[in-house]
Design a protein around this ligand. Structure first.
Ligand code: P5A
Length: 451
């Protein structure tokens, strides 16, 4: 993309309404614009990051054996009356009446709708296990929408639903989700710690939240620092193996880690004192096992091996896709702007032309742009006729992890400068070496279509 043709409305001033870094930086970097309280337009740069995150979520869900689909945002109130949640959900639910006087709602979650699909089409235990998921906009009329996309009213969520014959199978689905989530967050350059949580209006016995540690997190968290040393890395996971998944879950749930909702002071005090940590966390996902809470009242049964109809065991599993954009920025920024992890960066590299209009500089930038594009990478080429200082400030603000600077001085010896946004360190390299280096860096990150 050439910056002269892009739409990147960066702000010079720090917006007064933004209280936390991610909100400020998303506004300043021209990623979002508030449409009304807790509702945002995603401008091109923000939209690109949102799509990258969405893609990683899809890839890891499909890898775990889950099946993508799409349900609507508007739902009929009737289904929610069947489950008993229509009244329970309260003022957070946006209720709408259509022209025929029918009660509708903008879905805050989809347990009812998916259970209805399941009961209409699945009748035998032979069709199980089944996990369906979608990534769709949700609406919750939060009392205090704040922190930009972190606590929105309209937000983008991946929500998945497992259907299993037995509790044991459903607990495998729960574990499978936990492992796939750990991989998902790691690919985004994040550490999200699973913590035992409260189930709230979704219901159920078993539930874990995934929290990213950050000063601005809304939840207070208590944990054993040993958990922050755990990494999945490139471990190969057999998602069909209950033992494999359970072993990883055991590893991640052995160290103490809880939010204030479930905190147990006595258990926390049993952690060696030098490893006890109290901090704040951003909830970027939550998984639930709730057994037959929805299948029983809604009649979602299958015929078991003995021919008898039994309600299926279910769970639901959510990732806050739009919230993740803010959470990643909270975890990765400095005073000059955002620092995107390679896995989610909107463009892989910025090209800064220090002397726009100079034939040699322009030609070197064009050649680099072409070579990178041919490799499947997306460069953002700042081809505007602007001062170098302004170009650098924009690149630092929007946070591309790598920048190539092309100027007359370097070109005298055929060299370009490759700079890391994270460390600020630069290297003089030939154009071929720059391309090779970037290809290596991104080899593991260039996304393949997942579904
Ligand atoms: C699980 C999937 C559920 O709704 N039903 C379907 C279950 N869980 S949840 O914890 O309530 O939400 C899942 C994730 O969505 C994000 N989230 C939000 N993001 C932005 N603004 C909001 N107002 C908001 N509410 C929830 C969180 O990341 C949460 O973990």
């Amino acid at each position: 993309m050439r910056l002269s043709r892009y739409f990147l409305p960066v702000l010079k001033e720090t917006p007064a309404e933004a209280q936390i870094a991610s909100h400020r930086l998303m506004l300043r970097a021209g990623m979002i614009k508030q449409a009304s309280a807790g509702i945002y337009s995603w401008l091109p740069l923000g939209f690109k990051v949102l799509r990258k995150i969405e893609n990683i979520v899809h890839e890891e869900q499909v890898r775990a054996g889950h099946v993508p689909m799409l349900m609507p945002t508007l739902q009929s109130a009737d289904l929610w009356r069947e489950s008993g949640r229509y009244d329970d959900y309260g003022a957070e639910m946006l209720r709408i009446t259509d022209r025929h006087g029918r009660d509708m709602l903008y879905g805050p979650t989809n347990e009812e709708l998916i259970t209805d699909i399941f009961r209409s089409h699945v009748g035998s235990y032979k069709d199980l296990p089944l996990t369906l998921y979608h990534i769709q906009w949700k609406f919750r009329d939060e009392v205090r929408p704040r922190f930009g996309v972190m606590r929105g009213r309209e937000f983008f969520m991946k929500d998945g639903y497992n259907f299993d014959l037995t509790k044991e199978d459903a607990l495998h689905a729960y574990n499978r989700h936990m492992v796939s989530y750990l991989r998902t967050y790691e690919r985004m350059g994040l550490q999200a710690i699973p913590m035992r949580a409260d189930s709230g209006p979704i219901g159920g016995d078993d539930t874990h939240e995934f929290l990213v540690l950050a000063d601005t997190g809304e939840s207070e968290v208590f944990y054993d620092s040993a958990i922050t040393d755990l990494k999945l890395g490139d471990r190969i996971v057999d998602y069909d193996s209950p033992e494999d998944c359970a072993a990883i879950v055991d590893e991640w749930t052995a160290p103490y880690a809880r939010t204030d909702e479930t905190h147990d002071e006595a258990k926390f005090n049993a952690v060696p004192e030098d490893r006890r940590r109290t901090w704040r966390g951003i909830e970027v996902g939550q998984i639930f096992y709730f057994g037959t809470k929805y299948s029983e009242p809604m009649g979602a049964t299958v015929q078991g091996p003995d021919g008898k109809a039994v309600p299926v065991h279910m769970g639901s599993h959510g990732i806050g896709v739009s919230r993740l954009v803010g959470a990643i920025i909270e975890a990765s920024h400095d005073e000059s702007g955002i620092i995107w992890p390679e896995g989610v960066t909107p463009f892989h590299v910025g090209i800064v032309n220090l002397k726009q209009g100079d034939a040699e500089c322009d030609a070197a930038c064009e050649a680099l742009y072409q070579s990178l594009t041919l490799l499947g990478l997306e460069p953002l080429y700042d081809d505007r006729d602007e001062r170098a200082g302004g170009k650098f400030a924009t690149m630092d603000l929007i946070g591309l992890p790598w920048r190539v600077t092309v100027g007359p001085r370097g070109l005298k010896t055929g060299m370009l400068e490759l700079t890391s946004r994270r460390t600020g360190e630069s290297e003089e390299l030939s154009p071929e070496a720059v391309v090779e280096r970037l290809a290596d860096i991104y080899a593991a990150h260039v996304l393949q279509p997942a579904f």
